[in-house]
Design a protein around this ligand. Structure first.
Ligand code: ADP
Ligand code: MG
Length: 300
């Protein structure tokens, strides 16, 4: 029988898309906003981008003015095996970016998948078929660590974690890191953390500031320098069915997502060893509770 490692390597050939799962089991932390706007910013950097909406709420789809309802194929059909990803992908209003929408049926998929073969690899197997068509594939995960998110983590090369700087942020993060480590051990040995992005950041809020400092102390270089500020234009954009970059390019939120895309691309170019986002970081997370390097360490 083929080993897990070589099976994964076969699925991931050279010159093919890098796949990021945008994950955090907590709702309302900015996953969808980050998926939509990072995807848009990467497309603006001339990358071929596919955004897969894997949340039954379909916020990424509606935020881009795309509907997964009606007769169209969507991520539900992809997971259940009645459509290929290429059939479910539709062009978005952003040049160079396609979307695989979701719809409410996806909430039933968690249960329908249980008895299907390869239930945690179904998205990975589908993604393998279109890797050569894109530079980046982003997967917007639902706010839970169920079978949908598991499919995303098994399909992904790396996880990008949006984190809202609030009181329980670190606890939630350590749960997520444990899950990522479990997925790495059991299904996807190459899984890395691309990075952690602080979202809805409010500089005038002291708690925000304290939590951000803690997160940087514990997670070290995994945390992007870029911080996404709380910005009303970001929250208005989805109701216009647009990424904020198309809604108001000059606002602070748009500029932050452009800066995040640049940072993501820099890490990609640096490669796992140098980027600080490679297996080293994930390894360093194991104890989580023991700082991976404090702010002072890194300044000095
Ligand atoms: P998740 O996908 O993690 O549930 P969302 O991306 O949907 O989170 O964000 C939750 C809510 O917060 C949405 O209403 C969104 O518009 C808003 N939001 C996200 N990021 C920002 C931001 N930087 N500034 C202001 N509002 C934001
Ligand atoms: Mg969401």
């Amino acid at each position: 029988m083929i080993s897990q490692h070589s099976e994964n390597s076969i699925l991931k050939t050279e010159n093919s898309a890098r796949v990021f799962a945008i994950a955090n089991q907590k709702g309302g932390v900015g996953k969808t906003t980050t998926a939509v706007n990072l995807a848009t910013a990467l497309a603006a950097c001339k990358k071929r981008v596919l955004l897969i909406d894997l949340d039954p709420q379909g916020n990424a789809s509606t935020g881009l003015g795309v509907s997964g309802a009606g007769g169209n194929r969507n991520s539900y059909h992809v997971l259940l095996g009645s459509a290929r990803l290429a059939e479910a992908a539709v062009p978005s209003m952003v040049p160079g970016m396609s979307v695989v929408p979701s719809d409410v049926n996806l909430s039933g998929a968690e249960i329908e998948l249980i008895n299907l073969p390869q239930r945690e690899r179904r998205l990975a197997l589908q993604v393998a078929g279109i890797r050569s068509d894109y530079d980046y594939i982003l997967i917007d995960c639902p706010p839970a660590l169920g079978l949908l998110t598991l499919n995303a983590l098994v399909a992904a090369d790396a996880v990008l974690v949006p984190l809202q700087a609030e009181f329980y942020a670190l606890e939630g993060l350590s749960n997520l890191v444990r899950t990522i480590q479990r997925v790495k051990r059991n299904f996807n040995p190459d899984l890395e953390i691309q990075g952690i992005v602080l979202t809805m950041y409010d500089r005038r809020n002291n708690l925000c500031d304290m939590v951000a400092r803690d997160v940087r102390a514990y997670m070290g270089a995994a945390v992007y320098d870029t911080v996404i500020p709380r910005n009303v234009r970001v929250s208005e954009a989805p109701s216009h069915g647009k990424p904020v970059l198309l809604y108001d390019f000059r606002c602070a939120g748009s500029q932050a997502y452009i800066s995040l895309a640049r940072e993501v691309l820099r890490r990609e170019q640096a490669g796992p060893g140098l980027s600080g986002a490679g297996p080293g970081v994930l390894g360093g997370l194991a104890p989580l509770g023991k700082p991976a390097g404090t702010l002072e360490d890194r300044a000095g």
